[in-house]
Write a protein that binds this ligand. Structure first.
Ligand code: ADP
Ligand code: MG
Length: 340
């Protein structure tokens, strides 16, 4: 192959840096949905509306009733490496918000037509920033924020080609909403696609939210888990073997409120099922592990689906025993399902 022409080293323009970063942060519409939902929750929202068009490729608009952003801060919200969530290494090691990198909005804005409309409790009216011009103008709206993302990847055609059909992208977006709605039953979520309401989950308690999201098959055949040991607590539900599936698509694990797909945790649950489940079946579960944020590193990767524990052996043992004890109830109560 011919050598590329020799060029002088030069610093990349900011917008290009954001577009490159966008490849990691927003690999598809569902990643935008995740980032915007996390921002809404970090802003203390109790009511969140997700509107999608054409699987999110045409449009993703998320409205929340959270704290909002002051008009003079709107340009900073879209700036790279600008965040209100951490200010020091110490904060990073004890991060309790879902976001902290300050790069999601900048990345999304660099590969879409984005507007952000927001109003704080103090403001007399809402203000809107246009991501492509940076102009801030007065707008209307109640307290909270709306991020409107149109035409994802319109300016990066190479990346746009990697998007799948609207229906496939929609499926990924809906799954992200489910994951987050499961973790936050105290928040009302609604999801529309192409103008039709697909889901509406009124704020409720965890047992009910998980039953409505995972369906009656799981709700009728699940066992409660709630154990604590020192700084660790795990709670949630594990499905009886009868609620197992041929695919592992009903496995939800949260660490400090963050959805994760972590090998160590999945292994611990799997091991606890070993005696009661065939090797080709997947257990269904919704489990939330809460621990001191200093004992877990969530700063592994921008998509933050993996975590690293300070003491992974202790965590593995703890999860294994908690699930094992819950499953032991089945043999104790003969073979009947104990509806929760
Ligand atoms: P991060 O969440 O890592 O801080 P983002 O790029 O996602 O980075 O957001 C940048 C900043 O914009 C946040 O730190 C927050 O102050 C503000 N922000 C973003 N979305 C919202 C929202 N829905 N409501 C209130 N503030 C928001
Ligand atoms: Mg964020």
């Amino acid at each position: 192959a011919p050598h590329p022409p020799l060029r002088a080293i030069q610093a990349l323009p900011d917008n290009l840096i954001s577009q490159i970063a966008a490849g990691e942060v927003v690999e598809r519409p569902s990643a935008v949905v995740k980032e915007l939902l996390e921002n809404a929750l970090d802003a203390g929202a109790t009511h969140i509306t997700v509107r999608l068009e054409q699987g999110g490729i045409k449009r993703i608009a998320i409205t929340d009733n959270g704290r909002g952003i002051a008009p003079e801060q709107l340009p900073l919200a879209l700036a790279r490496h600008a965040t209100s969530k951490i200010a020091s290494l110490d904060d990073l090691e004890n991060v309790i918000t879902l976001g902290f990198r300050g790069e999601a909005l900048a990345s999304i804005a660099s590969v879409s037509q984005l507007t952000l409309t927001s109003r704080t409790a103090e403001a007399a009216h809402a203000s809107m920033i246009d991501g492509s011009t940076g102009a801030v103008t007065p707008s209307s709206g109640t307290q909270g924020s709306t991020v409107d993302v149109m035409d994802l990847y319109f300016n990066t055609p190479a990346r746009r080609k990697f998007l799948k059909s609207d229906q496939t992208e929609y499926g990924h977006c809906a799954e992200v909403v489910r994951r987050i709605a499961l973790a936050r039953p105290d928040v009302t979520f609604s999801l529309t696609h192409n103008g039709k309401t697909v889901d509406h989950w009124q704020h409720t308690e965890f047992a009910k939210r998980s039953a409505s999201i995972l369906g009656s098959e799981f709700a009728d055949a699940r066992l409660a888990v709630d154990e604590s040991a020192g700084a660790l607590r795990v709670h949630g539900f594990v499905g009886l073997p009868t609620a197992s599936k041929a695919r592992g698509d009903a496995q939800y694990f949260y660490v400090n409120g963050r959805f994760v797909r972590d090998k160590l945790l999945m292994h611990a649950v799997r091991a606890a099922y070993q005696d009661v489940l065939h090797g080709d079946r997947y257990p269904s579960y919704v489990l939330a592990l809460d621990l001191d944020p200093a004992l877990v590193d969530v700063n592994v990767h921008p998509s933050k689906i993996e975590v690293r524990f300070r003491d992974s052996r202790a965590v593995h043992q703890f999860i294994y025993h908690a699930v094992n004890r819950a499953l032991a109830q089945t043999s104790a109560t003969s073979h009947g399902a104990t509806p929760a």
